[in-house]
Write a protein that binds this ligand. Structure first.
Ligand SMILES: [Zn+2]
Length: 163
């Protein structure tokens, strides 16, 4: 079933949602990319030569207290200019290459981790239907710090006392 994107305002152009499956714990969104071509990450030139496709799985922000999982059919393209180069297309508006979670989920879990730390952040995140491990929360914080994200927005009195 083709589901129109106007009903799903956070879905970017270039992503077609085909199915929504809801159970008591999770919403699974099945989708595919629709761009006719993709830019080679090595040379930057466009390619429309589809090599193959595969299913990519991505966690996203929760909906109605349920965790959200995307199953996106993504294509690999062959570059006409770089010998032997095959690359996967990005999922526009959703996630960076090789990420296991959407950019918006990573941002939310990073913010929670910045406020609470790894284990407490993971506990709150699970409570909010965004299951994650404490180690992953710490990894997200480290990645954010190396990318020079903004400083923690909330500094509690306990954090102040420890410094
Ligand atoms: Zn290339």
């Amino acid at each position: 079933m083709r589901i129109s994107n106007p009903l799903l305002p956070s879905v970017s152009e270039g992503v077609q949602v085909d199915e929504l499956a809801l159970d008591t714990e999770a919403l699974t969104i099945t989708a595919r990319t629709t761009a006719a071509r993709a830019a080679c990450p090595q040379c930057g030139r466009w390619s429309a030569r589809v090599h193959s496709s595969y299913w990519r799985t991505l966690k996203d922000l929760p909906w109605q207290d349920r965790s959200v999982m995307w199953r996106v059919k993504v294509r690999r393209f062959r570059c006409s200019h770089c010998p032997g180069r095959i690359f996967a297309e990005p999922v526009p508006g959703l996630a960076r290459a090789r990420a296991q979670r959407s950019d918006r989920l990573a941002e939310a879990q990073t913010d929670i981790g910045m406020a609470l730390g790894g284990e407490a952040g993971a506990r709150l995140s699970r409570r909010l239907a965004m299951p994650v491990s404490g180690d992953t929360v710490l990894r997200l914080i480290r990645r954010c710090k190396s990318a020079r994200c903004s400083s923690p927005r909330v500094v509690g009195i306990d954090d102040w006392a420890w410094r």
